[in-house]
Design a protein around this ligand. Sequence first.
Ligand code: SF4
Length: 245
Amino acid sequence: MDFGSTEFLTVNRTSRIMTSFDPDAAYMDRLTTIMDRLKEEYGVPDRPDRDDPVDSLITTILSQNTNDTNRDRAKQQLDETYGSYQEILDADTDELADVIRIAGLGPTKAERIQTALSRIKEEKGEFTLDHVNAMGKEEAKAYLQDFPGVGPKTAAVTLCFVFGMPVMPVDTHVYRLAQRLDLIPQDVGRSKAHELLESVVPDDRIYEFHINLIKHGRAVCTAQNPSCQDSILARYCINCPCQEE
Ligand code: SF4
């Protein structure tokens, strides 16, 4: 690939790293260009079929602080052990923790899953989260985050992927790229990053941008060894680690 190194270095050396969030016209132009370049490279992702929201909430609780493989194995063991949400709710908590231990934090996650199921059943008389569809996104975020152990990321993932709401999940890839691309101030934590990115990305591009940032983060802009020489975003990247060398 033609790296365009002269332009790349010039852009990086003359750009100021963001210290406060001020999405002016130049910022919005750069953001749009980055989204467009990612779209050219990775396309517009199809939305997955929507799972049962209660099932998805359980999966997202299992996914906390672990990788996808161990999350999926824990979920499979959960499904093979229990035949219904009621059985999970009625299970001995220590036994449940043992069933899902491959995902790590077994006792904590077992308690969170049972608390969530208990609350849902108590509120609605059945295991359903369909009522969330009728909420606005801020109300829906607050509602889900009221469940023990459900933070901004878990709520955002559930609302974005399961309910199809224009909510921006910020996982490790999105956060790393947003910082390297200087789309958020460097000292902003992940919770705030959700809020800031969601405020500037158009609703109809949030899902696309989220997925494409993850694809670029996994394939090119990895945590330890980003392949900046091959990066389609090199010329827009302000806080690139290559500049530190
Ligand atoms: S791979 Fe390098 S140039 Fe591309 S976005 Fe990541 S840090 Fe920036």
